[in-house]
Ligand binder design. Structure first.
Ligand code: HEC
Length: 124
């Protein structure tokens, strides 16, 4: 009998937690190592949780992206596609000082492909 109550409690708690997980984009956002490595090398310096500059952090925070609600993830992914199409990130002023941070055509293409795929996936 005791076991039965424990099992019921577990199931009940699981049900309570379920909406919390589904709200977080359902864990559908996957960041492959290849995409993550490029972002870490060329974007993360400005778009991270500890960034002292709030403007890039507010627009895109790589650290919190996986835990955002699905609709916000879709927005961020669309913004990523947009900057990749325009070639506007990293900002020109920054590239003047650190030209090695410029994305190669291949990196741009890979990241864009990922953003398009993920935007579809999280909005399903
Ligand atoms: C030197 C710092 C810096 C680096 C490096 C950088 N960004 Fe940004 N990013 C910014 C700033 C500043 C803004 C805010 C621009 C604004 O408000 O107009 C921004 C904004 C953005 C936005 C939001 C655009 C919008 O219109 O909402 C995206 C998406 C983005 N960056 C992606 C990237 C990606 C992808 C990379 C790497 C390829 C990258 N950034 C590298 C500084 C940076």
């Amino acid at each position: 009998m005791k076991k039965c109550i424990t099992v019921t409690l577990f199931l009940f708690c699981g049900l309570l937690l379920l909406p919390a997980f589904t709200a977080e984009g359902g864990g559908k956002l996957k960041i492959p190592k290849k995409v993550d490595a490029v972002f870490q090398a060329k974007c993360y310096g400005c778009h991270n949780n500890e960034s002292k500059n709030n403007r890039p952090k507010d627009k895109l925070n790589w650290d919190t992206l996986p835990s955002l609600p699905a609709d916000q993830q879709a927005e961020k992914l669309a913004a990523i596609q947009k900057v990749l199409e325009k070639g506007s990130m990293p900002p020109d002023r920054f590239l003047e000082k650190q030209p090695d941070k410029k994305l190669t055509d291949k990196e741009t293409a890979n990241m864009k492909k990922w953003a398009v795929k993920m935007a579809k996936r999280v909005s399903k």
